[in-house]
Design a protein. Structure first.
Lengths: 371, 252
């Protein structure tokens, strides 16, 4: 049986990605799911839940409502909540049960919008895709709706693809902003940590977009098509690679990543982050490549990198390639061959709050990994 | 591009009407795709001379993500691109969910763009029994729904249910009601009943098909009327319906 995780965790799902992307934007997010599932999306997958309020609700879908197609309950409850809470927009997203009964979220969103006069978006998430796909759809949909044509500012960079699912709450996103500011850039929108809905309105002011995870790629492509804003996919980690990122922001046609065969180090994780870290190691003379078990833009991976999704394929790849060290979330220890060193680098979307002290901030700083 | 769906009670002749309309539109220069939305996978049988083709869900079951358009389409002699959604193993699974999967797969493979389709016919099983069978009338799919009925009581009853479903979905941006197609069974007051049905839902009877032998004979010959009896009364009646549908759907 393929794609079964027997010993390792699996990544957060698409619905969690939507909730995370929209968390700080002042909207009302309603997940159409059974009662009791709220914690899945808003606490287990959301470190901000304890300190920062957000309006994330579960519709408390019952068996009878699902079987009878009682969409009206979801619609009227959402409309009532919107009248009480006065959000800036409404997002409706799905889960496995409504997927099975074929709930039409776009149509329900249209109905809710008609009754509330609030921008309402339907997301047909079903828990089968990853958080990156969910967050990507959320960023893209809101960019499509709220971005407006503004005068471009030569010094401005947007940051696209920021969620705690990839960066935790360890100061990495703030460090990226500080790094850009220190290097004479003005940070425009940041989708979407330390952000508001206004960030979407000012997207077109930027001269270039810095895409720090796959969840920002679709929006970056849209902004390129719509406003001709070029983009660079990279996270400015390390002292060497961060300089390359600055060069690429000045000239986005420049190739930012370095490619290695991975004889010494193999990094498992989100594609853009892992590739950035591998590039820093290559600048330091360490041969590194990556395994991406998550969807990754083709332009990011080289032929020496692996797009491998299943536990057994990851295990087989490592067994065959025999890297000296694997940098990966602590929960990957179960598939790393004996004799191979494991450097733990936690990823919130994979191990949640289990290893928060090991979600490291490598932005623009010396990386000292003993291989 | 025009996109419309045919609904109606089981056995009323939707697939026969759909296949003949497809062949006629193809003859008039349209690039037509007929999509059977029924687990029996027999909507396009007349177009393909009952030659067996793999249904979309069968292909997905067999090939998973590696399904290509050529695995699930068949070009008929008359140039119609035939697709059958198919369904789960009889007695198991969920047929409605199957229709959704099949139509989403066609979207994913960009079927209309790849074949340069300019007329799409969704031939949908029986009544709008659940979310899956309303899929062809959702936004982005059919723009108009045409209901095939006779004057028989149960057929009119099913037709009224379908019209009500279309009406219920009017705030959702779904397909509107295009009209009623009367497929005569020669029961008493047939014309009157269908006119009444149409009036009740603010639409009209857009065409009538008499109970004619050539239709039955063409079916036995496993052929559409365009090939079997192109000058026949039945052919001309369905041709009129096809022209009316194109006009109602805003085609040229």
């Amino acid at each position: 049986m393929k794609n079964v995780s027997k010993r390792i965790s699996c990544y957060s799902a698409d619905t969690a990605g939507i909730c995370s992307a929209l968390y700080e934007l002042g909207g009302l997010t309603v997940v159409h799911d059974a009662s009791g599932c709220n914690s899945t999306y808003s606490t287990h997958d959301e470190p901000r839940w304890f300190d920062m309020p957000s309006r994330i609700f579960i519709s408390a879908l019952t068996e009878a409502d699902a079987v009878m197609g009682n969409d009206e309950k979801l619609i009227s409850d959402t409309v009532k909540a919107a009248k009480d809470l006065k959000p800036e927009f409404i997002a409706l997203c799905g889960s496995p049960m409504p997927m099975m009964t074929g709930v039409d979220f776009d149509a329900i969103a249209q109905e809710v919008e008609r009754r509330t006069n609030l921008p309402t978006f339907g997301f047909s998430t079903n828990g089968m895709a990853t958080y990156l796909e969910g967050a990507s759809e959320a960023f893209y949909t809101l960019s499509l709706y709220f971005s407006e044509k503004r005068e471009q500012r030569a010094d401005t960079v947007n940051i696209l693809g920021a969620t705690p699912l990839d960066f935790g709450l360890n100061g990495s996103v703030e460090a990226i902003k500080a790094f850009l500011t220190e290097n004479n850039f003005r940070v425009g929108a940041c989708l979407s940590m330390g952000a508001s809905l206004n960030d979407f309105r000012m997207l077109s002011e930027a001269r270039v977009n810095l895409v720090i995870s796959q969840s920002g790629v679709k929006t970056a492509k849209y902004l390129y098509d719509e406003y001709e804003i070029p983009y660079v996919c990279a996270v400015p980690v390390g002292k060497f690679f961060s300089k390359q990122v600055l060069k690429a922001l000045e000239d986005p046609s420049e190739q930012v990543f370095k490619n290695g065969s991975g004889s010494e180090v193999c990094i498992i994780g989100e594609g853009i982050y892992s590739k950035s870290l591998a590039s820093e190691l290559l600048y330091k003379g360490i041969d590194a490549n990556i395994i991406s078990p998550l969807e990754t833009d083709k332009g990011v991976l080289s032929q020496n990198d692996a797009q491998v999704y299943s536990e057994e394929d990851i295990r087989a790849y490592l067994k065959e390639k025999k890297p000296k060290t694997v940098i990966a979330d602590p929960l990957y220890s179960f598939v790393i061959p004996k004799g191979t060193k494991h450097y733990p680098l936690a990823h919130f979307a994979f191990s949640g709050r289990c290893y928060t002290s090991k979600i490291l901030n490598f932005i623009d700083r010396e990386i000292d990994i003993q291989i | 591009m025009i996109k419309f769906a045919l609904y109606g009670k089981g056995g009323i002749g939707k697939s026969t009407v759909a296949s003949n309309i497809s062949a006629i539109l193809s003859g008039k220069g349209f690039k037509v795709m007929q999509i059977g939305c029924d687990p029996k996978a027999d909507s396009t049988a007349l177009l393909r001379g009952h030659k067996k083709i793999p249904a979309v869900l069968d292909a997905i079951r067999e090939k998973g993500k590696n399904v290509s358009l050529s695995d699930i389409t068949y070009i008929s002699d008359s140039g119609v691109v035939c697709v059958e959604a198919g369904g789960p193993i009889p007695g198991l699974g969920c047929a409605g969910r199957g229709i959704i999967n099949a139509l989403e797969k066609l979207d994913e493979l960009k079927a209309f763009e790849e074949y340069g389709i300019d007329a799409v016919i969704y031939d949908v099983l029986g009544d709008v029994v659940c979310g899956g069978f309303s899929m062809p009338m959702r936004k982005g799919y059919a723009e108009k729904v045409f209901v095939v009925t006779s004057g028989e009581k149960m057929s009119c009853y099913a037709a009224a249910n379908i019209c009500m479903a279309v009406d219920n979905f009017k705030n959702r941006g779904y397909a509107g009601l295009g009209g009623i197609i009367l497929n005569r069974r020669n029961v008493a007051d047939e014309e009157k009943r269908c006119e009444e049905l149409a009036r009740d839902f603010g639409t009209s009877v857009i065409g009538r098909i008499d109970r004619l032998k050539e239709i039955e004979q063409a079916e036995i010959a496993e052929s559409v009327l365009k090939n079997y009896a192109p000058g026949s009364v039945a052919f001309k009646q369905i041709e009129t319906i096809a022209e009316n549908i194109v006009s109602i759907c805003g085609g040229e």
